[in-house]
Design a protein around this ligand. Sequence first.
Ligand code: NAP
Length: 253
Amino acid sequence: MDCKIDYQAPADLLKGRNILVTGAGSGIGRAAALSYARHGATVILLGRTTAKLEKVYDEIEAAGGPQPAIFPLNFEGAVLKDFHDMAETLDKEFGRLDGLLHNAGLLGRITPFEQYNPELWEQVMQVNINGPIWMTQALLPLLKYSADSSVIFTSSSVGRVGRAYWGAYSVSKFATEGFVEVLADELEHLGNIRVNSLNPGATRTQMRKTAYPAEDVSTLRTPEDIMPTYLWLMGPDSRGHNGGKFDAQPAKA
Ligand SMILES: NC(=O)c1ccc[n+]([C@@H]2O[C@H](COP(=O)([O-])OP(=O)(O)OC[C@H]3O[C@@H](n4cnc5c(N)ncnc54)[C@H](OP(=O)(O)O)[C@@H]3O)[C@@H](O)[C@H]2O)c1
């Protein structure tokens, strides 16, 4: 499991690329959107809270980045038609997609399985895996138009080794890693689309704080610290890597 934390991205790494980031309004997704824009990408900011997306939009504009776009979407309740409508809009606006970072995620509850609420379980599976899968299906034609497109699914250490009480979150991340293997193998012959999974590792965000409320956050890397791997995997330097499992930071000793 490869980690590129020391990667130095050229300033124009993503110049001319259209990249969609889900969950772009906060946490790791916000940092990725800002970082991709800083490296030249036109970023499509997708998320459920428009006000947060607008703030990121303003930050990109203030920094002189390429004009981004906002696409409000709540994975809960989103159906296939929503993803196809979205693909149609993006096709009209941009004509192709060169990158897709599936980052939006829901923790659910950390609780014994016997007490896990089935509705919450479904919600977590919808946001973390089912929604992203159908969104990917709808966007595949746009990704195929690109000469070099990168699809990144966000995993977690509990998507590689199961952990007690992590319930639907852990299962959704296992499913994510499995889906990446299936899709990567299926698209391998095309040569212009790569699909990989990326585990950010313990990162200072709201989700991490909810999962570990007593943790000293000063010991954690920030979303900005882990961006080198996000840039490497999105940009052309990772060409040829397909179906891989990557880490954005070295595992804690
Ligand atoms: N932080 C860590 O230590 C860590 C470790 C391993 C994996 N991860 C993974 O990294 C990714 C980002 O996590 P984070 O730590 O940055 O979490 P976060 O701060 O909680 O951000 C999650 C993002 O997902 C969006 N989101 C949640 N539900 C959504 C829905 N129904 N529809 C659309 N967007 C939705 C949120 O939107 P709002 O802002 O509008 O709520 C937010 O932008 C997740 O996939 C997570 O599983 C994080």
